[in-house]
Design a protein around this ligand. Sequence first.
Ligand code: PGA
Length: 274
Amino acid sequence: MSHADDRSFRHGGMLVRVAADSRSVCLRAAELIEEAIRRALAARGRAVLGLATGSTPEVVYRRLVERHEAGALSFRDVTTYNLDEYYPISPLDPRSYRSYMHRHLFGRVDIAPHRAHLLDGTVPEPFAAEHAAQFERWIAADGGLDLQLLGIGRNGHIGFNEPSEVSIAEALRLPTRLVELHPVTRADAARDFGSEESVIPRALTMGVATILAARSIVILATGAHKAEVVAAALTGPMTAKIPASLLQSVAPKVTWILDEAAARGLSHYRFADR
Ligand code: PGA
């Protein structure tokens, strides 16, 4: 498939691709995932993906399902780990990310159920830290993530690693853990929960360190409401206040895929590449 409409450039060592619209962003992301699966299968006979939820990836999963239905893509030898899950929540709750993944991907492709991992929103709180550490051990035992798919929150979060005041060194070490959601995250989740007050205020999230350890990272952003945070994360200083800016620390393995609206804050895009 050609991407005549894509523009791409590097910023701080990270690859930035700008596609015409949100659908093109998602199709491009699905292609990168498919390529990562093929490469990993050829090299090791298995592929390990880190997956994301939210509104942006829905079309990515739809495309992967289409490829599967066309007989072009199998998940038989694919293992997945999702970024995050609300806490506490039942996997049967339609608002859980387990349920989202089942609806959009797992229930529609040939992935083995025991290879599709999410953090468990039902684990008793005294065991949450051990569960999070175990999740990381499973990823390590599977050989690490070949590709981690990410969205970016309006506040710059990746997974549910929310803005904080910690030092960069500390932020880069953040492990998988139980966290409190940031007010902006709660406001944005209100559409799934009916109101901001009903949003489950805590979550289990893969840590910054866990995410940055992936062999490649693909981060998607679409829409004008993401333009400001995308520009800050890509071109501003690294800071724990904008967790996505921490991707700069592993720049060569990071690909941003943006639509034109989300890229609007990037001077490269406005002036250099047009
Ligand atoms: P969205 O979420 O795709 O629903 O905008 C992105 C995120 O919060 O990571």
